[in-house]
Ligand binder design. Structure first.
Ligand SMILES: *Cc1c(COP(=O)(O)O)cnc(C)c1O
Length: 414
């Protein structure tokens, strides 16, 4: 059996929706993007949703909109995909990395200790789809003492009057923070990724959820950010293509990061069946839990806890008391059986670019600990129960080979 890690979900509904866009004569930003935004708005309960061409470009645009400058700081977890910090650097600010908790998510205590009078934003990440402590983070930035540290250096920052919270919800579309309170509605901004390996995809894409407090008007904000995502051009291609609609203006320095309809079509067809897709991921997650909960060496990932429920995006298995080298050896054993697994994530301070900037993994002990024993198993709707059982057996055998056999040999030698 050959089991890929995360193939996209492409059924006839997806193909027909893409064909519909191709045949319509309109392939870039238009009605399909609008319809996808509406679907994501429904599931996230965000005030407004704006689709763009990636999570990364969406995050850069939101930080530019906030008006971050050289010397400004944005707090991010050390344990995430690099885009979280790279977006901050692209926008011209400095990522301040903090450690994570046992549940993989950013430590609110560590955020608190990292806040200075240069902090402009915090980007917590819902690792594997399990929601962060949004309420605690929003409470922290609204705290009078913390607010008194804040120095506003742009019109937008003045209007907010505090640190902005941009949730990296790349994994957590469909997750629940509380009963009836989905991810995407609880922080100032939340951004979903619609990249090919994510739970809903447009091949490449991102969806920005807007929930700014008064005096912001999220509808107006949506309109101006949409313009900003289209070079700050006063007319989009759709209105400009109509007879007589040729004149336009450029009113600022925007980006060119709009989503195309032909891409939106893929995600639109997936979103229309998302309850089913989510249930299928949960089915696999629970099968893994059923097997690994019985093994003393396995730590199963957080799924339902304190009213939160994950989006079941990743199955981040951890193995007790093993070293990073042993974990790597277990992955090699698994690969021999042609099962593709992954590690989420290599903490950013372990990657060359960030090391060269001076970040040091020794400052993030929990991030390292989570990373060193983590193996992400395949989890997607197309996996059959037989395949899941096969993966479970392969993982168990790999553990036996690497840990128990080595231990037996060691004991025999002594
Ligand atoms: C995938 C991912 C991103 C980046 O998403 P893109 O749409 O590829 O830009 C950001 N953060 C996390 C945690 C991710 O997993």
């Amino acid at each position: 059996m050959n089991i890929p890690f995360s193939p996209p979900f492409i059924d006839d509904a997806v193909i027909n929706e893409v064909v519909d866009s191709l045949k319509s004569g309109w392939i870039t930003t238009g009605p399909k993007v609008k319809a996808l935004e509406e679907e994501i708005k429904k599931i996230s309960k965000a005030s407004e949703v704006l689709c763009v061409n990636s999570w990364t470009s969406g995050a850069i645009m939101m930080l530019k909109w906030l008006g971050v400058q050289e010397g400004d700081e944005v707090i991010v977890p050390a344990y995430t995909y690099s885009a979280t910090a790279l977006a901050v650097i692209h926008a011209g600010a400095k990522p301040i990395m903090v450690d994570t908790c046992e549940d993989f998510n950013i430590s609110v205590e560590a955020i608190k200790n990292a806040i200075t009078n240069k902090t402009k934003a915090i980007i917590p990440v819902d690792i594997a789809g399990f929601p962060c402590n949004y309420e605690e983070i929003m409470k922290l930035v609204s705290d009078e003492k913390i607010k008194s540290l804040f120095i506003a250096s742009s019109e937008v920052q003045k209007k907010i009057g505090r640190i902005l919270v941009i949730n990296d919800a790349a994994h957590s579309l469909g997750a629940l923070y509380k009963q009836g309170v989905p991810t995407g509605s609880e922080t100032d901004v939340a951004i979903f990724s619609l990249h090919a390996v994510k739970n809903v995809t447009t091949a490449e894409g991102g969806a920005i959820c807007l929930n700014l407090p008064a005096p912001f008007d999220n509808k107006e904000l949506y309109t101006s950010l949409r313009q900003m995502s289209l070079n700050c051009q006063t007319k989009d291609a759709f209105s400009k293509s109509k007879a007589g609609g040729w004149r336009y203006d450029i009113i600022g320095l925007g980006m060119k990061i709009n989503m195309a309809d032909v891409n939106a079509a893929i995600g639109l067809a997936q979103m229309r069946q998302y309850p089913f897709l989510l249930a299928e991921r949960k089915r696999i997650f629970n099968r893994y839990n059923g097997a690994f909960n019985q093994l003393s060496w396995a730590i199963v990932p957080p799924s339902i806890y304190n009213e939160k429920e994950t989006s079941y995006h990743l199955y981040a298995l951890r193995i007790k008391d093993i070293t990073e080298m042993q974990r790597d050896a277990i992955i090699d054993e698994i690969a021999k059986k042609r099962v593709s697994v992954n590690v989420h994530f290599i903490p950013m301070p372990m990657l060359t670019f960030f090391k060269d900037l001076g970040y040091d993994i020794r400052d993030y002990p929990q991030a390292y600990k989570n990373y060193a024993c983590e193996i992400s198993l395949p989890i997607y709707p197309q996996l059959t129960d037989e395949e899941v059982s096969f993966i479970i057996d392969v993982v168990k055998e790999a553990y036996e080979v690497v840990i128990n056999v080595v231990k037996d040999v060691f004991e025999a030698l002594n």
